[in-house]
Design a protein around this ligand. Structure first.
Ligand SMILES: *[C@@H]1O[C@H](CO)[C@@H](O)[C@H](O)[C@H]1NC(C)=O
Ligand SMILES: *[C@@H]1O[C@H](CO)[C@@H](O)[C@H](O)[C@H]1NC(C)=O
Ligand SMILES: *[C@@H]1O[C@H](CO)[C@@H](O)[C@H](O)[C@H]1NC(C)=O
Ligand SMILES: *[C@@H]1O[C@H](CO)[C@@H](O)[C@H](O)[C@H]1NC(C)=O
Ligand SMILES: [Fe+2]
Length: 597
């Protein structure tokens, strides 16, 4: 372990001079009478005793290892110095497995026990919300919900804020920018063809003297479009059919700088049974329309932004790296600390959360029939560009929005990571065609294109920066999803009645009949609480235990990026101290180095 490092000295005799060593091979043998424990080796130092006998300063060659050795291994190969030709070295023999047709492929394993110990980690014990597991009935009143919330959420100041403001239009808009899923909102200069609104309908909600046309032209109209959910099969929860909808929601950036919803259509196809809800509708109608949008957002957040764009992408990168880049390849060394935990968490997720009797099967509107359809559709809409923070923010037109803390913080962290990656790459590749000539890197790119994005391909540079950023987006999710979901009506995991086809006649208590049952609500919250536990051995962003990062030029680069990240953390802390509702999620000091949750 890191705390107790032991040195083990081995004397090797040779008849002649060995010259400069190129390679050291380590093998762990079982000793009779001893248990076959794994052994962690951080480095091997070879010191020539002959030099000392001749009175010279003994030369020491260092071979970095940083790996767990198992007796079953063939032996690991370590090499010293610069990497001239790496293709003589072995790499891991991971294979791909197609789980969802059309989505990026995954590692071909069934359980964590198949993982090499280097790719495993441990987590603190789980805490569970107790009780309620048998109550397959709907909530009888909001005050009943409040009672449960007062046990599970009262210590969480953001959850308390959510509960106080979840009905407010400004807070609905705030959550699209500063909430748990900031990846969907986009500016729109045209009304989406399927949204049946007219300028006259929206006029009352715009600034006086302006028009819809002008607000569109001047970039103050934004859109949430959940088209990816259109026609996706919904789950059966507690024996009841649930419903998904694919809403379109228009928002307006008003004179107070608030982003407020001004029109919500719950289904994609316009028609008489698909009314457009407006802020001027009776309060419960408008509230229910917003709840439907939040429910759609929760599905997209969990499965698309979270599972697909961070977990699956991390796994894609990890498997391709294990397969195509030898341990000693500079990009293997750079990338692995950021993706190594992705196999374990994804195997566990597929074996529990996403499996039969898991939380999706038992409690979410997106069940086992939904997952393949939704993941495949969402994959077809995912491009490299959408994974790169600056390009994505530009494409979505979020640049000129005031106080979009996700955008501000993500851009700064992205920029620091990007510079770090570019400097690292420049250490090894000095000419443009070096990348072309590195056949291992080319195979890595091909592997990712073949097994990840069958429909589009991008350039290598985009990709490895995307890989770093993609997990960046992830890092805020574990915390966030709990803060925003503890007050269930803000993020209903399933809807028990179909979307309303007419307006009027709705009361606040009717709204409860749409919301999930008591025990499925608690099941989802228990899962979110569990997923918010940090890993035991969690490492902050760009902090590394691997020896390579402590060495020479690498060390300088790491110190640089750590300095930039610390400055960002300080700025964010300073800004947050002035905010009623702080936004700490992208503070680099709290970001984990690898997706482990
Ligand atoms: C690298 O080593 C492999 C295997 O020994 C050899 O086939 C290949 O030609 C070498 N490549 C270069 C660029 O030296
Ligand atoms: C809710 O309770 C019912 C009845 O006890 C049970 O069959 C069902 O599995 C429970 N649902 C969840 C999500 O725990
Ligand atoms: C984002 O959150 C901050 C802090 O609560 C708030 O001041 C700001 O108005 C929000 N941005 C938008 C556009 O809602
Ligand atoms: C838009 O509406 C038309 C029918 O009016 C429908 O055929 C089409 O599928 C809808 N678009 C989407 C993205 O659902
Ligand atoms: Fe996660």
């Amino acid at each position: 372990s890191n705390e107790e490092e032991n040195t083990c000295t081995v004397l090797v005799q040779s008849n002649g001079s060995l010259g400069r060593l190129v390679l050291v091979r380590l093998r762990l043998e079982v000793r009779p009478g001893f248990p076959a424990l794994d052994w962690h080796c951080s480095r091997v130092e070879v010191c020539r005793l002959a030099d000392r006998q001749e009175g010279a300063e003994p030369e020491t060659q260092v071979f970095l290892c940083d790996r767990w050795l198992q007796t079953a291994d063939e032996g690991v190969e370590l090499r010293s110095g610069k990497c001239e030709n790496l293709s003589v070295f072995s790499r891991c023999c991971s294979r791909w497995r197609m789980i969802v047709d059309g989505a990026p492929q995954s590692v071909d394993m069934n359980s964590v026990s198949e993982l090499m110990p280097n790719l495993r980690y441990t987590r603190a014990d789980l805490t569970y919300l107790k009780g309620f597991t048998c109550r397959a009935e709907t909530w009888t009143s909001f005050s009943e919900l409040e009672t449960v919330f007062s046990h599970s959420g009262h210590q969480n100041s953001i959850a308390r804020f959510v509960q106080a403001h979840w009905k407010d239009d400004w807070y609905f808009g705030h959550q699209c920018l500063n909430g748990s899923n900031p990846l969907l909102l986009r500016q729109t200069r045209l009304l989406p063809p399927n949204l049946s609104v007219t300028a006259g309908m929206l006029q009352p909600f715009l600034r006086e003297g302006s028009s819809l046309q002008r607000e569109l032209q001047e970039g103050r109209i934004y859109l949430l479009d959940y088209e990816v959910l259109d026609g996706v099969p919904a789950n059966v929860v507690n024996g009841k059919q649930t419903y998904l909808s694919a809403p379109l929601c228009l928002l307006h950036l008003n004179q107070q700088g608030q982003l407020v919803p001004i029109a919500i259509q719950l289904q994609q196809n316009p028609g008489p049974q698909n009314p457009v809800f407006l802020p001027s509708d009776p309060g419960s109608d408008w509230l229910l329309a917003k709840i439907w949008v939040r429910a759609a957002d929760f599905q997209c957040h969990q499965l698309v932004s979270h599972y697909l764009k961070t977990h699956v992408m991390g796994e894609l990168c990890c498997v391709a790296t294990l397969r195509q880049l030898p341990d000693l390849h500079p990009l293997h060394q750079l990338l692995m600390p950021h993706v190594k935990t992705s196999l374990q968490i994804n195997l566990q997720a597929r074996a529990s959360l996403l499996a039969a009797d898991g939380v999706f099967d038992k409690a979410m509107g997106s069940g086992l029939k939904t997952l393949p359809v939704l993941l495949s559709r969402a994959s077809a809409r995912t491009t490299y560009r959408s994974l790169c923070v600056p390009d994505d923010l530009e494409d979505r037109g979020l640049g000129n929005l005031p106080h979009s803390y996700f955008a501000q913080d993500a851009l700064r962290v992205w920029d620091a990571l990007h510079r770090f990656v570019v400097s690292w790459v420049n250490v090894y590749y000095s000419r443009d065609d070096d990348v072309q000539l590195d056949s291992e890197l080319q195979h890595w790119i091909t592997d990712i294109n073949t097994h990840g994005f069958t429909h589009n391909s991008g350039s290598a540079c985009l990709l490895y920066t995307a890989v770093l950023s993609e997990h960046l987006e992830h890092l805020l999710l574990p915390l966030l999803q709990l803060d925003f979901a503890l007050w269930m009506p803000n993020c209903p995991a399933a809807m028990l009645r179909p979307p309303p086809q007419v307006k009027g006649g709705m009361t606040e208590d009717d709204i409860l009949s749409f919301l999930p049952d008591i025990n499925s609500t608690c099941r989802v919250l228990m899962t979110l609480v569990m997923l918010s536990q940090p890993a035991h051995d969690s490492v902050p962003l760009c902090h590394y235990n691997e020896a390579i990062f402590a060495d020479g030029v690498h060390r300088r680069l790491v110190e640089e990026v750590q300095g930039q990240l610390t400055a960002i953390s300080e700025d964010i802390a300073e800004r947050n101290s002035r905010l009623e509702l702080p936004y700490p999620y992208l503070c680099p000091a709290h970001i984990e180095n690898s997706v482990a949750i």
